[in-house]
Design a protein around this ligand. Structure first.
Ligand code: BTN
Length: 244
């Protein structure tokens, strides 16, 4: 693609060849007053960051992008944006491939992890969210395989520019849906693309592991599990690569 990627109306692209982390650059711009819809995109990252302090391998060939969002809400509600972002990534996947979302915000295609999502927020006085940086890395040209990965990798194919256009278009649509219809609709869409209820799952909680059967998502986005010791509601953790 020779022309620059086209973003949704009113969104702005900051295109870089290299950067430490697009999330850090987007946070810097947000603090300087950049509006919602500012998208930082870099062809590579030298210090790409994943969740829980992990690194995100970021050589040229995949998509690394961070979008500034300014939701008018508090931190608990802003966390819903992780599900919104996961649905936007799922929207990028062609219909002939099997897509599945995994709590809290992984997206698997044909059983392999295709993207990573790292939401980082700045919170002001009274708990009001000042901005959210939605950092999204999508495997486009290749699928990194690192020892610390919980799932095998998968790649979308196509060009990074086309992936950026699809992702930002989907994110703008999903965000508008979230603002219009609230989290209930997001939750219903997410559940429709999640693993089957009753599937056996493992969840890592800090150093511990909880085993149970997937029982859905509650209205606040917490994972519901049926365990041998009874029902559990999990607010923060990571699903591991079994079933569901
Ligand atoms: C995960 O651990 O699954 C989340 C990975 C998030 C990676 C993306 S790439 C763009 C943005 N910049 C970063 O440093 N991280 C996110």
């Amino acid at each position: 693609m020779s022309s620059p990627p086209v973003l949704p109306d009113g969104w702005t692209l900051v295109a870089l060849d290299t950067v430490g982390s697009t999330n850090d650059e987007a946070a810097r711009l947000a603090e300087a007053g950049a509006p919602e819809g500012t998208v930082v995109w870099s062809r590579e990252q030298t210090g790409g960051r994943g969740r829980r302090g992990r690194r995100w391998s970021s050589p040229v060939g995949n998509l690394y992008t961070s979008t500034i969002l300014r939701p008018a809400c508090g931190a608990p509600q802003a966390a819903e944006l992780g599900f919104v972002a996961a649905l936007a990534v799922a929207d990028m996947v062609p219909a002939d491939r099997q897509v599945r979302v995994k709590w809290p915000n992984d997206v698997l295609v044909d059983g392999g992890k295709i993207a990573g999502i790292l939401l980082e927020s700045a919170v002001g006085d009274g708990g009001r969210v000042l901005h959210v940086v939605a950092g999204i890395g999508v495997n486009v040209g290749f699928a990194p395989q690192l020892p610390e990965m919980r799932y095998p990798g998968a790649a979308l194919g196509g060009t990074v520019e086309a992936a950026l256009e699809k992702l930002t278009g989907a994110l703008a649509r999903r965000l508008a849906g979230w603002r219009r219809e609230g989290f209930a609709a997001v939750r219903a869409n997410w559940l429709a693309q999640a693993g089957p209820l009753g599937a056996e799952v493992d969840v890592r909680l800090g150093e511990g592991l909880v085993r149970g059967r997937f029982a859905g998502l509650d209205p606040e986005g917490a994972l519901l599990l049926d365990t041998a010791d009874g029902p559990r509601r999990i607010v923060s953790g990571e699903l591991l690569g079994r079933a569901a």
